[in-house]
Design a protein around this ligand. Structure first.
Ligand code: RP5
Length: 159
């Protein structure tokens, strides 16, 4: 399966938050790669990844980071591949720091920002972008959404 989505994160410690994105893409049969790319600790890696992303055929980049979370925004400044930002929850400020760092982008360089800890929705958003030009994936996504809807009971229970 060719790699169409990049899942990048600032640290190994972000992986539990980002893994649900990978699991969703597995479920939907979307090819992806996972990399640790830090805006502060490995800026050259960030630059190289952003510069090569179009030529490598990436169609979406999911970028998660916590605290002074500059990775998604810096990646958006380096590539026109859509960047989906995932604010990672932090111990000190509960991820509000991550959210504010990611969401307040200046005009011209948007990041599609998910909720704090929103790895799964980031995977779904990436799949929805790809599904615009992939009818088979669109059908799998529709089925996935229908299954979720069907699993929701009509009434609450005590169990
Ligand atoms: C950020 O700093 C990472 O995205 C991570 O969320 C946070 C803490 O990183 P570690 O100190 O756990 O490596 O760059």
């Amino acid at each position: 399966m060719s790699v169409k989505v990049g899942i990048i994160m600032g640290s190994q410690s972000d992986w539990p938050t980002m893994k649900p994105a990978a699991e969703i893409l597995d479920e939907l049969g979307v090819g992806y790669e996972t990399k640790i790319v830090s805006a502060h600790r490995t800026p050259d890696r960030l630059w190289d990844y952003g510069k090569s992303s179009v030529d490598r055929g990436l169609q979406a980049i999911i970028a998660g980071a916590g605290g002074a979370a500059h990775l998604p925004g810096m990646m958006a400044s380096k590539t026109r591949v859509p960047v989906i930002g995932v604010p990672v929850e932090t111990r000190t400020l509960k991820g509000v720091d991550s959210l504010y760092s990611i969401v307040q982008m200046p005009r011209g360089f948007p990041v599609a920002t998910m909720a704090i800890g929103g790895g799964a929705n980031a995977g779904l958003m990436a799949a929805q972008i790809l599904a615009l030009h992939d009818a088979d994936l669109a059908a799998r996504l529709d089925a996935w959404r229908n299954t979720l809807s069907a699993s929701i009971p009509e009434e609450p229970s005590d169990e």
